[in-house]
Design a protein around this ligand. Structure first.
Ligand SMILES: Cc1ncc(COP(=O)(O)O)c(C=O)c1O
Length: 403
């Protein structure tokens, strides 16, 4: 049999999608599963955004567009970046892609040569590792700890910087930890990037989902020098409940933006024309649905965090962003539930789904393989209704009472 390309070898299916698939499979068999797996808002896309998509179809806006996005959308993105983030870009420096994931992929493809070291603070989103490896880059991991609120330890980070460091991939608000980096954190990263000359790929997809009056900062807003090294990644998926529309974007200096645009032009060309019109409505229309969603998420976060901390063998920190909580299960590891030894977070997730019909994502999915600390956690998403949150917590409490 002919060999496939070597790059295929290291890729594993996304653990978060695997949980969703398993939960959906059980649901389709008529079983009542509470799903704390989802990586997307449970809300519907707001009406005015859907209407813009429908209007685009009716007006036959259904042909190819410029590969990096229609001028009107790129201008709307520039306005958003100026008003929300204090960064000035020209529309030619924006590349609209099929989701923030595709924007990240383009960014890494544009800056990373084989063997280049890409720093990934972890726990981190599952796809970063594979995006780097597909570009033949080398993920270099820096652990962030629960006791530090999952903020970056700068001594640990400095130790990882070498002449081969090409970029750091940061994500605030963070998936899976919910950590929101402070201005000081980001400034310290930016100083290191300027000093050692590496890029900052700043994934800001959860920017709007932020609570307790925490503030989001974009490193590109700090100075001209930092902006020149930063690729800002964002999109409409999470903030506007538009995950299926597939609209993300990158903003960067002209050289990088052109490179990303060129890569995209030969890979996928433009993003769906209809979704581009819908994204304009999202960015320029009423932000009330976003505010309502944020308020609901904050309430759900409170209930979920309180509920987790009320379960005798679990605990968590109260995160300030995104819609995930890292539930600490370290006190359960090595113990038996219904005759099964809970050896790690994967086994915990499997047994919990089997016995209590609650889906969570194993902590081990969010970093390098074989890191024991990650097994102390399961990621629990509160992008689900309040009734499900309460029932899921009740089931988890009952499940853990069998330890
Ligand atoms: C940290 C992070 N970045 C990027 C994405 C991808 O977003 P999009 O759906 O816009 O591709 C996700 C989605 O789960 C995410 O969690």
């Amino acid at each position: 049999m002919l060999n496939l390309a070597q790059r295929v070898g290291s890729i594993k299916p996304s653990a978060t999608i695997a949980v969703a698939t398993k939960a959906a499979e059980l649901k389709s068999k008529g079983l009542d599963v509470i799903n704390f797996g989802p990586g997307e808002p449970d809300y519907n896309t707001p009406e005015h955004i859907k209407d813009a998509g429908i209007e685009a179809i009716r007006k036959n806006f259904t042909r190819y567009t410029p590969s990096s996005g229609i001028p009107e959308l790129r201008s709307a993105i520039c306005k958003k970046l100026q008003e929300d983030n204090g960064i000035t870009y020209d529309p030619s420096q924006i590349v609209v892609s099929s989701g923030a994931k595709h924007a990240l992929y383009n960014a890494v493809m544009a800056v990373c040569d084989p063997g280049d070291e890409m720093i990934l603070p972890y726990p981190c989103w599952v796809s970063y590792q594979y995006i780097v490896e597909l570009a033949a880059g080398k993920p270099v991991y820096v652990e962030t700890l629960e006791k530090d609120g999952f903020r970056i330890d700068f001594d640990a980070l400095k130790e990882k910087i070498t002449p081969k460091t090409k970029a750091i991939l940061i994500n605030s608000p963070n998936n899976p930890t919910g950590c929101v980096y402070t201005r000081e954190d980001l400034q310290a990263i930016a100083e290191l990037a300027v000093k050692h000359q590496f890029f900052i790929i700043s994934d800001e997809i959860y920017e709007k989902l932020i609570y307790d009056r925490a503030k989001h900062f974009s490193p590109a807003s700090f100075s001209r020098e930092v902006k020149d090294l930063t690729i800002t990644i964002n999109g409409v998926s999470k903030s506007y409940a538009m995950t299926g529309w597939r609209i993300g974007y990158a903003a960067a200096n002209s050289r990088i933006a052109k490179a990303m645009g060129d890569i995209q032009s030969h890979a996928t060309s433009n993003v769906n024309s209809i979704a581009q019109k819908a994204a304009i409505a999202a960015l320029t229309g009423s932000q009330e649905p976003v505010d309502a969603m944020i308020e609901a998420f904050q309430e759900r976060r409170n209930v979920m965090a309180e509920g987790i901390n009320a379960i005798p063998l679990m605990s968590c920190r109260v995160p300030r962003g995104a819609f995930y909580i890292m539930g600490n299960i370290s006190r359960v590891l090595g113990k038996k539930i219904d005759g099964r030894v809970i050896e790690n977070s994967q086994v915990f997730a499997e047994v919990l789904l089997e016995k209590a019909r609650v889906a969570v994502t194993a902590g081990s999915a969010f970093g390098p393989e074989g890191v024991e600390e990650l097994d102390s956690f399961v990621r629990m998403s509160y992008a689900t209704g309040m009734d499900d949150i309460r029932e899921g917590l009740r089931r988890m409490g009952e499940f853990l009472s069998k330890v």
